[in-house]
Design a binder for this molecule. Structure first.
Ligand code: MN
Length: 265
């Protein structure tokens, strides 16, 4: 404690996250708080088909992922305010989680990595500025993702008796703002694997059950050929992906986005 810098209040805790989950049943990470002090802060947005479809918006802060469930997902229209219900802090290892949480477990359903990248306080000031904004309930950030670009703000509206806060997620008026761009409708596949929700669900169930069968059963399952119906479905969705990627339908985010994307390669 004596070594902790004055004013470096830590807000992260995984106690509630761990209490809600049975890690012998789910492949979600158990997690621990922390990571080295000098690195870029990451964000991740996971599309989660639980009892209600929502987008889990997570920002790294103080060694955990501060998390909000955004039912409708983000909007590039600065006039649109998207409800963001704060949920328990998640471990940083959750940032790579894509798959299926077993039915009946907490948050059971398919999880897709919808976007990820780094973020920073809009006005500079590092993690301390983010911590201040978070505690004041006015968190202005710059996002450097594939689908999330430019300035956004999370504004806290109210906190209920259980300590749960309702926030609003709003796009800032900047070069990336665009009322005509429906990013949630346009981007429906994993930013990491390119898979649809359906494809993640199908694949993950197979992996999940094979983890829990004997080696004999596993060999049998592996030898099984996919049914013709599934093959057709897969081929169809691959074709759909290809035509969707034909760029003509896809709105180019903005000239600046295209430039910065290209310069990364
Ligand atoms: Mn969720």
């Amino acid at each position: 404690m004596a070594t902790r810098k004055r004013g470096a209040r830590k807000t992260g805790s995984l106690t509630e996250y761990k209490a809600k989950r049975n890690f012998s049943r789910t492949r979600e990470p158990e997690g621990r708080v922390g990571r080295g002090p000098k690195h870029k802060l990451h964000f991740v947005i996971q599309k989660h088909a639980a009892s209600h479809l929502h987008f889990d918006f997570r920002l790294e802060l103080d060694g955990v992922m501060k998390s909000w469930a955004v039912p409708k997902g983000p909007s590039y229209d600065p006039q649109v305010r998207r409800l963001a219900m704060q949920v328990e802090d998640h471990p940083i290892e959750y940032n790579t989680f894509e798959g299926t949480i077993p039915e009946g477990e907490y948050g059971g359903g398919t999880v897709m990595l919808w976007d990820r990248g780094t973020y920073e306080p809009e006005a500079g000031g590092g993690e301390e500025a983010l911590r201040d904004g978070y505690e004041r309930g006015d968190l202005k950030i710059l996002m450097h993702g594939t689908r999330m670009r430019g300035g956004w703000v999370l504004v806290r509206m109210r906190t209920d008796e259980r300590g749960r806060s309702q926030w609003l997620l709003i796009k800032h008026r900047d070069d990336f703002a665009d009322p005509g761009y429906d990013v949630v409708a346009d981007e429906t596949t994993s930013v990491v694997s390119g898979r649809s929700m359906e494809e993640i669900g199908t694949k993950s169930r197979r992996v999940w059950s094979s983890n829990r069968t004997s080696s004999t059963t596993r060999r049998t399952a592996a030898a099984k050929k996919p049914s013709p119906a599934r093959k057709t479905a897969r081929k169809k969705s691959a074709t759909a992906r290809k035509s969707a990627g034909a760029a003509s339908r896809k709105k180019p985010p903005t000239p600046r986005t295209r430039r910065s994307t290209r310069s990364k390669s």
